[in-house]
Ligand binder design. Structure first.
Ligand SMILES: Cc1ncc(COP(=O)(O)O)c(C=O)c1O
Length: 413
């Protein structure tokens, strides 16, 4: 059980000014009046977009200009064209909004993981190549043709099935050490005859540890090049680099790079350029209570007050993608209210709600708490980075982003 004294954030010396600012300022939702509110797609669909009828209890703000700037950074560092990875609804950020924002950068195409994700881009008017990075299933090939999607293939039978249907392109995946899909680099001869076709547009591999700079990407690259040399023809585009590899060394750049997490504000690791933050996660205070010393908060009485304090309950929970661990780590915090003060997250995060300790400072129903991003309102002094929040969650930044649930509207700046 956590005590309220662990990992306590420094408290502002100006509680009365804060109270005053709450008293004289309305707690409006006007910020949203300037933005486009798009309910997050449910089941991968964005059809039926409409503004929520009232201010949401919790939401995700997305800075599309920052996505575009991060994409420009990758393209500049790598010195080549982009195949932005917008799978999993662009890591939860919004695939259609992101792809449309990136059109201005003239990417070669887009990468998705499923047929449905590709179809969604087509429905939104994206006409560039869309590569589906998932072992291609022949049963789905008619749908691939219908939406002009490019399958990723890794065995001779699937290649023969695809090329037997017509001349549409495919990309050959070569497994150089990831051990999950594609033809193994040392078994490339098995696809040599089938891949000897003008439909072979691209060849690629995926690095397992490019962020670690441990030499494994170089070894995988060597295997990739050895396998390529055994093919009858060089396809038009070769691509091997995820965000980390694209930013690490131009020898990984080839014809295209495939950044994902960096576009969405995720840091690829130490020693890499920092992306511009893209995502802010916010929730409103829905109820406030005083909790006496010794009383508990949340399931399993997972937090107990060391002294009498104020507890604010936020309208966001693990069903929205906030891990239970954020509250159990004893280190998680939110930025609360107009001054953006840090308040510790206390007790296990519950399905729809989570609690924060505001100490002796007032909190009001309707106040905005920031879980990721810069504090809302005037007190934009503090920021909780995606990296920090992910560490409290015990998760990868990618996992935190892709877990942000469909109940959270996405608001695009
Ligand atoms: C085939 C492929 N390329 C590129 C990426 C993007 O990787 P990252 O998010 O590390 O940039 C992924 C992500 O998992 C992927 O599966």
């Amino acid at each position: 059980m956590r005590q309220s004294t662990e990992c306590t954030a420094p408290r502002s010396p100006l509680p009365f000014l804060v109270a005053l600012s709450h008293a004289i300022r309305p707690n409006p939702f006007y910020v949203l009046g300037f933005r486009v509110i798009i309910p997050a797609p449910v089941n991968g669909s964005i059809r039926g977009r409409q503004a929520p009828p009232r201010p949401p209890r919790a939401w995700v703000e997305v800075n599309l200009a920052a996505v575009a700037e991060n994409a420009r950074t990758v393209a500049r560092v790598a010195g080549t064209r982009l195949l932005p990875v917008v799978k999993a609804n662009a890591y939860g950020v919004g695939a259609v909004a992101v792809s449309k924002a990136l059109e201005a950068l003239d990417p070669w195409g887009y990468g998705v993981a499923t047929l449905e994700e590709g179809a969604e881009l087509r429905a939104a008017g994206i006409t560039r190549p869309v590569v589906v990075f998932m072992p291609g299933q022949p049963a789905l090939f008619p749908e691939f043709e219908r939406f002009r999607l490019t399958p990723a293939l890794g065995d001779a039978a699937a290649i023969a099935e695809w090329t037997g249907r017509g001349t549409r392109p495919f990309h050959l995946e070569i497994d150089t050490g990831m051990g999950r899909s594609g033809v193994r680099w040392d078994e490339i001869d098995a696809v040599r005859a089938a891949a000897n076709t003008p439909a072979l547009e691209g060849c690629y591999t995926q690095f397992h540890s490019a962020d670690r700079r441990d030499g494994s990407a170089e070894l995988q690259l060597e295997r990739f090049e050895r396998a390529l040399a055994r093919l009858e023809r060089r396809p038009t585009v070769l691509h091997v680099a995820n965000s980390a590899a694209a930013l690490a060394n131009r020898r990984f750049a080839f014809d295209l790079v495939r950044p994902g997490v960096f576009l969405y504000g995720g840091s690829p690791g130490e020693g890499f350029p920092e992306p511009r933050p893209v995502v802010s996660l916010r929730a409103r205070v829905l109820t406030v209570r005083r909790v006496a010393a010794g009383e508990s908060v949340s399931y399993n009485a997972s937090w107990r007050a060391a002294r009498t304090t104020t507890v604010a309950t936020l309208g966001i929970g693990y069903a929205d993608g906030v891990r239970r661990a954020v509250g159990l780590s004893g280190c998680g915090a939110v930025l609360l209210g107009e001054d953006g003060r840090r308040c510790p997250i206390i007790g296990a995060v519950t399905m729809d709600l989570m609690m924060v300790d505001t100490g002796d400072r007032p909190a009001r129903v309707g106040d905005v708490a920031t879980l990721i991003g810069e504090g809302d309102g005037e007190g934009k002094r503090e920021r909780i980075s995606l990296e920090e929040f992910s560490a409290w969650s015990g998760e990868l930044q990618r996992a935190v982003l892709t877990s942000l649930g469909p109940r959270l509207p996405r608001i695009y700046d």
